[in-house]
Design a protein around this ligand. Structure first.
Ligand code: CUA
Length: 272
């Protein structure tokens, strides 16, 4: 009796916690409402199954509790019931997976008008690079990384000279413009995650991964590393600021290009 009652309490408590929890999610700040819809759909499906299964167990514990002289029936096979359970489980799993494939397709299909922003992950910080006037990011490789050239830009590549380099500062993004993030790691695996954007992607050493989003709300948001990357993982953080287009232009004017930042001059001299 007590066990059945506790199981019912677990169900009621879980549902109340989910419905009344103040930590469900932060207000969204990007176009990825579909990510939230997927999460809600997952909660509805798994929550329904959880509720039905646990209540069924509670019912069985109560209904078939020990009574003097009562014997359990033995039924090792029931192919009809197994058939139904297989069909229902398959439908539930498909309902969990299929909508995600559509959202994933949108997530990896970058709009043609998206501007590129490079994020460089390094133990334990994020750096950012924007294409300059020419709209192109210059070539970069880990072997060019030095104390003076933390991004590893190729000093011989002219397209990199006007790249805007943002080291140890906040990244700014203009409101309402699609952005393609190119993620490059110069050491180990990291993950670029802004909870309000509902978008995250791993950095993988040796390749450039990408994702895209359109900021839909101005504000200041935390960037977190979401992949265990060493002892400094928990402090690998940064900030992204979503500006109105006018504020963004103002900020962009204050930023230095690769050629302007004093440090690369020595790197160039060394390379020649
Ligand atoms: Cu970088 Cu965790």
């Amino acid at each position: 009796m007590a066990t059945a009652f506790i199981l019912v309490l677990v169900v009621v408590g879980s549902l109340l916690f989910h419905l009344l929890s103040p930590w469900y999610s932060t207000p969204i700040a990007s176009n990825w409402q579909s990510m939230d819809n997927l999460t809600s759909l997952t909660f509805v499906i798994t929550g329904t199954v959880f509720t039905l299964v646990v209540l069924f167990i509670a019912y069985c514990i109560f209904r078939f509790r020990h009574q003097e002289g009562r014997r359990a029936a033995y039924e090792p096979e029931n192919s009809k019931l197994e058939g139904w359970l297989t069909v229902i489980t398959a439908l539930g799993v498909a309902a969990l997976l299929i909508p995600g494939l559509f959202v994933w397709h949108q997530f990896v299909t970058v709009p043609a008008d998206a501007t590129e922003v490079e994020v460089v992950g390094q133990q334990w910080r994020f750096m950012y690079r924007l294409p300059g006037q020419d709209g192109k990011l210059g070539e970069a490789e880990t072997r060019f990384v030095t104390a003076d050239n933390p991004f590893g830009l190729n000093p011989a590549d002219a397209t990199g000279k006007d790249d805007v380099v943002i080291d140890s500062e906040d990244l700014h993004l203009p409101l309402g413009k699609p952005v393609k993030f190119l993620l490059r790691s110069i050491d180990v695996t990291h993950n670029f995650f802004v909870p309000e954007f509902r978008a995250k992607m791993d950095f993988l050493p040796g390749i450039v991964t990408h994702m895209w989003l359109t900021p839909t709300r101005t504000g200041t948001f935390d960037v977190l590393c979401a992949e265990l990357c060493g002892t400094g993982h928990s402090s690998m953080r940064s900030t992204v600021v979503v500006d109105t287009p006018a504020d963004y232009e103002k900020w962009l004017k204050t930023q230095k290009t690769f050629a302007q930042s004093a440090a690369p001059v020595r790197t160039l001299a060394q390379a020649q």
